[in-house]
Every structure is written in C-alpha cells, then in structure tokens.
Design a binder for this molecule. Structure first.
Ligand SMILES: [Zn+2]
Length: 451
C-alpha cells in the first residue's frame, strides 16, 4: 500500500525540472561556501575557479572534494558557514580515534531534515495512525532526533524509546501496539531473539514495517528479519556529515534507494582516481548538500561503494536510486592479497542453515601475516545436537566462506548467545593486528571448535 504525503512531491518531479532546480541550488550553495568557509575559498582560489563559472551541473567536477579529514582538521567549527547565533542545533559523531566530527544546523536545515525524513518514512508506507518505536539512540548521534521529528511531522505517533533496555523495548512494542520500528538491523535481530526468550513472538505483533539504517546489511539479513519479525524491512541511508538519516531510502519495490536529490546531489567516482563515473558504474558515492546553510558539504567523499540508476521506478518516483551499500572503501580487509568485505561474509554465513546472524570477524597477525577468523553462533537446536551435526555445520560454513571469498579462513562455532549483542551499531570486525597482547575483547565467546 502506497502513501504519498504532500512533502513527497519533489520525489516525482520531471527529471528536467529536477536538474534545473539542482543547478540553481548548486550555484547558491557553492557561492555560500566560497564566501563563508575559508578552507573552501582557499581551495577554489588555488584552482582559479570562481563559483560564477558553474554553468551546468557537470561543472561540479571542477570543485575540490571534501573529506572526513577536513572535518577533523577544522574541528570543531571550522567548516561552519553560519554565525553561531543562526545555528540552532549541533550533533557530533564519535570518531573511532581522536576528536569527533561536529555538524551544525540552522532552523531551515532542521526543516529540510524533517521534510526528507517525512518523505523517507512515507516511502516505506508509514503514515499517520502508525505507532513508531524509535529505537535509534537519542543524543549527539543524528539517528534518534532525525527519525523523531520526521515521524512526528508525518503525523505518526512517536515513542522516543531510544536505544538499549531491550526488555522494556519488547514491552513497549507489545503493549503500545507498535506498527513501525526504526533501529539498526543488528538491534532488531537482537529484539526478535530476546522477545522469543520472553515468550513473545514478534511475528504475531502488529509491527509491520522496519526502517533500518546506520550500518550496512545484506539481503540475507533482510530475509531473516522479514521472516522472523513478520515485517517489511526497508533500508534507509544517511550520514551526519550530510544531514543524518534521510539522504536516501527504499520504496516498497526494494530495488535500490531513492536519493532525495533536490537536497543531496550524488556522484559516483573512482575511489582511486576521483574520476566521475557514469550512472550504472560502481564506485564511491560523493554527495553535495544543495540546500545546507550551516555546514554546506561540497563533494563529500562518503567512502560508501554503490552505483546510481536513473531508470524509472515502478513506484513512480523520478529521483535516482542508488544500489544498497554493501561495503565501504575503508571496510575492506586484505587477507593474503585477497580483498574481503564483511558484507560478503554475512551473506555467505546466512545462506547456511543452522548459523545465526550473530558473527564476528577477528583479525590477527601471526609471524607478520594477517589472519582472519570468523566466529559464528549456532542455533540452540544444532548446539544440542550430536557432535556430528556441529562438525558438519563447521565444514559447510568453511566451504561457504571459501566459495564466497576465494580463500580459506578459520571458522569457529560459538555457543548460542555467546557473541555480544549490539544495542546500536554492531561491531562486526575486531582488529587485533595492531595490539599484540591485548586482553580478548570478546572473552564471553565460547569456542566450540577451531581449525
Ligand atoms: Zn521506487
């Protein structure tokens, strides 16, 4: 069932009209950044390229890229294009190392954010009358408040439950008759499992839509969540540097994510050379915020690998779609010269019966060589079965991974519930290569076999 909120009108603009709107906004945002952001002005001056020379959309290729390093180097407020009195909200994303990245919003920026979240939720079939459990973390992370204001503006009933406290989440889902949930996919998997332990079948509850983001997830994970949760699972994409959640979302056809390209102009570039690639080619997603005031991002390198498709979607939306993000260029693990992405491992594992979507990838260095171990939990049924069943599963997983990755990796079967559950973004990769004798971060895991 499709629901079109009036805010969704730009999703259906004729492409020529969209291009004209984008060019107009691109000129404005580049002028704004040039006039107000010292780093951007300096870079344009170095190239002797003045904003006035932007005559068509492809002229964007003359502009310099912005990277995450630029945000760190100008910490905290160096890329702001608005004075602090015009800024009404700050968010920050915690970096894995050192200082966080700080992002800012004017009143108008927040209105844009709300409008794209309304469009995103509407595309997932959420409407007024829905009861939304918003289990994204509230706070400096953009997930919680981003989804919150969008859902409220849509006219839905929002439960700002935030992340964590899983038993209470299950009580809320059941007693408040929740019909839609927003959280990370790994947390939803955890909720289904914990609900089962409490004697609650999520499948039998009224919840019918899940809007999942903040971490990459595979189609095998989708099948698992849709079957075990009795929902339709939608992928939502966004990042704090650009606005937060609400940059792109799936429609009910679940074939790529529609980009709200009246506000976020997408390009795909070769991650090595930076050369712009045509629609259909896979490369790194680069986004330009076309309407951001407080912190315009010009050609921001997202590190996410995807491709764009311009073909019309059966849902009627004319905005371009991007393929689901399966990997990020900085997620790549190189093991014995072979490139491996965590998403390939997830897909291979979930295709094997008896394995659960709880897994971890442990990287170590032995005698100067990188080694990878995949720990995967088994179902209680397999676990309680004869030892022969475990051995057979172990061999099947080893073969599935070797087939998917093109190399043999160590597989360790873990007892049910032994891998730590995530309440936010799942930590799939534990890299012990740089720390020699650090204590095991995952000592709760019970290894059943080792090869
Ligand atoms: Zn569509």
């Amino acid at each position: 069932m499709m629901t079109f909120h009036p805010a969704s009108t730009p999703d259906f603009l004729p492409p020529a009209q969209m291009r004209a709107l984008q060019l107009d906004r691109l000129r404005q945002v580049v002028s704004r950044a040039y006039d107000r952001v010292a780093l951007f002005r300096q870079r344009l001056d170095e190239r002797a390229f003045h904003p006035g020379r932007l005559r068509e959309l492809r002229d964007i290729e003359n502009l310099p890229f912005t990277t995450k390093a630029d945000l760190r180097d100008t910490y905290p407020f160096g890329l702001f294009a608005s004075p602090i009195e015009d800024i009404v909200r700050l968010h920050a994303s915690s970096g894995t190392t050192g200082k966080p990245i700080v992002v800012a919003y004017t009143r108008q920026d927040l209105d844009v954010w709300t409008s794209v979240m309304v469009r995103a939720l509407a595309a997932c079939g959420v409407h007024s009358g829905d009861v939304i459990q918003n289990a994204y973390g509230y706070g400096l992370f953009t997930g919680g408040l981003g989804a919150h204001y969008g859902a409220e503006s849509l006219g839905a009933t929002v439960i700002p439950v935030s992340g964590g406290n899983t038993d209470r989440q299950i009580m809320v889902m059941k007693d408040f008759r929740v019909t839609a949930i927003c959280c990370t996919p790994s947390y939803f998997v955890h909720l289904i499992e914990r609900a089962g332990e409490l004697g609650v079948s999520v499948r039998d509850l009224p919840v019918r839509v899940g809007v999942f983001g903040a971490e990459p997830w595979s189609d095998s994970m989708r099948r698992h969540m849709e079957t075990a949760g009795g929902i339709q699972a939608f992928d939502i994409y966004g990042l704090s540097e650009i606005i937060g959640p609400g940059v792109a979302v799936e429609c009910p056809h679940q074939h790529g994510l529609h980009i709200f390209e009246d506000h976020f102009y997408p390009e795909i570039v070769d991650p090595e050379t930076g050369r712009v690639l045509p629609d259909g080619d896979e490369g790194e997603l680069v986004l330009t915020t076309l309407s951001k005031q407080a912190m315009p991002m010009i050609r921001y390198r997202t590190r996410d690998i995807t491709s764009l498709y311009a073909e019309a979607c059966p849902c009627g939306r004319t905005v371009r779609r991007m393929a689901r993000i399966g990997r990020r260029s900085d997620d790549m693990i190189i093991i014995r010269g072979v490139n491996v992405f965590p998403s390939q491992i997830e897909t291979a594992l979930l295709a094997v019966e008896g394995a659960l979507p709880h897994y971890q990838i442990i990287l170590t260095r032995e005698k100067g060589l990188d080694a990878m171990e995949v720990q995967v939990e088994v179902t209680p049924e397999v676990f309680s079965d004869k030892i022969g069943a475990l051995e057979a599963l172990h061999a099947r997983l080893g073969r599935a991974l070797e087939h998917a990755l093109g190399l043999r990796v160590a597989v360790t079967l873990a007892a049910p519930h032994s891998i730590q559950r995530s309440e936010g973004k799942a930590k799939r990769v534990i890299d012990r290569r740089s720390i020699d004798e650090a204590p095991h971060e995952n000592s709760a895991t019970v290894p059943l076999s080792r090869k």
